[in-house]
Design a binder for this molecule. Structure first.
Ligand code: ADE
Ligand code: ZN
Length: 332
């Protein structure tokens, strides 16, 4: 069977990384931007490895130049997710890309994104919340400016602060000021760790940034004591299985540690990361997991509820989502 119509919640989705390639190509044509090297012959995004992926990601993002571009992107992304049965998602938004970390410009981008998200919610029944994200390889100084944008716009829609980018550069603790600033503004926290960094990067995220969730975190499996710690503390991992396979962390789904983490009592959730880059969707993730691990509906139901519990939204929103998961049509 396909899991397409099964209601899903996604907590780890990069806004620009979810852009359909045809959308980016169309904008590039409108604006006469040369995107040589971004696409393969079949029209999909082309990259060799993680470092090259980050370069291609930023090249594709360079065509998104105005708040209206982000409004159009938001509609395209939410349409794509709603088609996969997603009823709620949190996406990573970067003031670095939306106005160069200028607070006034960021507010304009955010207003356009929120307005598009409200339209998508009315039309397609999908709810979006934002996680402001700094980019690790841009360095700690820029992360501070990004955190200030996050703090100024924290509320019922910007609900979290996070960090993506090249995990092989610097240490989690270099970004403690930015995470402290976001925490003081009431934001929940997540950071990419244990993807291209080893298990120590996951422990550092917990100890030095005091995050609420971990983006990926799968390489915790290499340290049994850390797996026990994650299980004991109920730390939620935003696992993105097909992203990890596309970027070469694991050769195939059966070798992916998600099942071992789950069996050890770690609270895992399933996510797509950058779906068109990795030829995935929430349905494809679920289908591939069922094939590899023979998971049944009870397992998928638990994983979706893990995501519901770990979502950074307010409790009124969580309550409405819980009713929709329970099949209450009036709560949409
Ligand atoms: N930015 C977009 N996708 C990412 C990933 N998988 N890891 C780190 N940074 C990212
Ligand atoms: Zn990611």
């Amino acid at each position: 069977m396909s899991w397409r119509s099964f209601p899903k919640i996604e907590l780890h989705l990069h806004h620009e990384g979810a852009a359909p390639p045809a959308f980016i190509r169309g904008l590039a044509q409108e604006k006469s931007v040369n995107l040589a090297g971004v696409f393969a012959e079949d029209g999909s995004y082309a990259f060799r490895d993680f470092a090259h992926f980050l370069q291609v990601y930023e090249a594709a993002t360079s065509v998104l130049k105005t708040p209206d571009d982000y409004a159009r992107l938001t509609l395209a992304v939410l349409e794509q997710s709603a088609e996969q049965g997603v009823i709620y998602c949190e996406s990573f938004l970067s003031p670095d890309f939306c106005g160069g970390r200028d607070l006034g410009a960021w507010r304009e981008y955010l207003a356009a994104i929120r307005e598009a998200a409200a339209r998508a919610e009315a039309q397609m029944g999908i709810t979006l919340r934002g996680i402001v994200t700094c980019i690790r390889h841009f360095g700690p100084d820029k992360a501070r400016e990004t955190a200030l944008c996050a703090a100024e716009t924290a509320g019922d829609w910007i609900v979290g602060f996070g960090m993506g980018g090249d995990e092989t550069r610097g240490k989690q603790g270099d970004f403690a000021w930015a995470f402290d600033c976001a925490r003081e503004a009431g934001l929940k926290l997540t950071t990419h760790a244990g993807e291209f960094g080893g298990p120590a990067s996951v422990a550092q995220a917990l100890d030095d940034l005091r995050v609420d969730r971990i983006g990926h975190g799968v390489r915790a499996i290499e340290d049994p004591a850390l797996v026990d710690r994650l299980a004991a503390t109920g730390t939620v991992l935003e696992v993105c299985p097909l992203s990890n396979i596309a970027l070469g962390l694991y050769p195939q789904m059966r070798a992916h540690p998600v099942e071992r983490l789950r069996a050890a009592g770690v609270r895992v959730t399933i996510n797509t990361d950058d779906p068109p880059f990795f030829h995935t969707s929430m349905t494809r993730e679920f289908d591939a997991l069922e094939r590899a691990f023979d998971w049944d509906e009870g397992v998928f139901d638990q994983l979706v509820h893990n995501a519901l519990d770990a979502a950074f939204c307010d409790d009124a929103t969580r309550g409405k989502l819980a009713k929709r998961l329970a099949g209450d049509a009036d709560s949409a």
